[in-house]
Design a binder for this molecule. Structure first.
Ligand code: IPE
Ligand code: IPE
Ligand code: MG
Length: 258
């Protein structure tokens, strides 16, 4: 995937073209993570029920997954349901679960066609029918070598670290792992083991918080927040985020080169 793949879907004469041309394909973020927020507010603005916002948000997911694959990103992680989101009204939760199942059923062939590997990150505990659809998607795309698409479901950053530490301690006690614990050891016990950390973290709907997302992995991610609500988020916004990311200076605690 490359500039050429992207140009296939950007109409000539489109005002997105200069944006595409401004992107340096040699310096793309390897991993982009997105907190998809603002579905409820999108619906409210249109005097619709919150669930209509979630429904509309599926189109943004499709667009962003396709764009990420065309760009040639290594990993895309979308935050779809947090461990805290169970607090929401039952009807909203079950609509969200239904949408997920539906999304995967419809999109699986597209994922396969585009060589996209699908993975769920989060704690178990989703409804049985949803979990089995997700497991099928994971299994069917396991061999894919293109974009690695993580969807964070029943996900919490603290839950993830807690689970990692529990497993690490259990293995140490059982004598299965006596190695000294380094930062890489912790990383290798997370759901994202083996994947690069996000270079770019995007949040829609203007909220300036992390909401328990990838706490360990975002230590040095560049953060990009937009007021655009998730159902309105499209390719152009992702491209803008990447163009802006490429203007940032990542110092990792060092100093700027002279
Ligand atoms: C994001 O939109 C979707 C999920 C968290 C599941 P919200 O539903 O949080 O929308 P707002 O933040 O209420 O507008
Ligand atoms: C974060 O959004 C979780 C997801 C996008 C899945 P929330 O809407 O749940 O976050 P808060 O409550 O505004 O922090
Ligand atoms: Mg929200």
């Amino acid at each position: 995937m490359s500039l050429q793949d992207l140009l296939e879907v950007v109409p000539s004469g489109s005002d997105e073209l200069p944006l595409v041309r401004s992107i340096d394909f040699e310096r793309l973020p390897r991993h982009v993570a997105i907190i998809m927020d603002g579905n409820g507010r999108w619906a409210k603005l249109r005097h619709k029920r919150r669930v209509e916002g979630h429904r509309a948000g599926s189109a943004s997911v499709r667009d962003v997954v396709e764009t990420s694959a065309r760009l040639g990103l290594q990993v895309l992680t979308l935050y779809a349901f947090s461990v805290e989101n169970w607090k929401r009204p039952k009807a909203e939760v079950s609509t969200l679960m239904g949408l997920l199942k539906h999304y995967l059923r419809i999109e699986l062939s597209t994922l396969l066609k585009n060589n996209i590997r699908f993975q769920v990150i989060g704690r178990p505990g989703l409804p049985e029918d949803v979990a089995s659809e997700l497991a099928r998607g994971t299994e069917r795309t396991r061999h894919c070598t293109g974009l690695h698409f993580n969807i964070a479901l029943n996900y919490g950053g603290r839950a993830e670290i807690t689970d990692a530490v529990r497993r690490l301690v259990a293995e140490a006690v059982a004598g299965k792992n006596g190695d000294p614990i380094e930062e890489d050891t912790i990383s290798s016990y997370l759901y994202t083991a083996g994947q690069p950390d996000p270079d770019l973290l995007i949040r829609t709907s203007g909220e300036m918080r992390v909401s328990n997302f990838l706490l360990w992995q975002i230590a040095y991610s560049e953060i990009w927040v937009t007021d655009v609500l998730w159902p309105d988020f499209r390719r152009r916004h992702l491209l803008q985020a990447i163009a802006d990311y490429q203007k940032r200076e990542r110092r990792y605690g060092g100093i700027a080169p002279v």
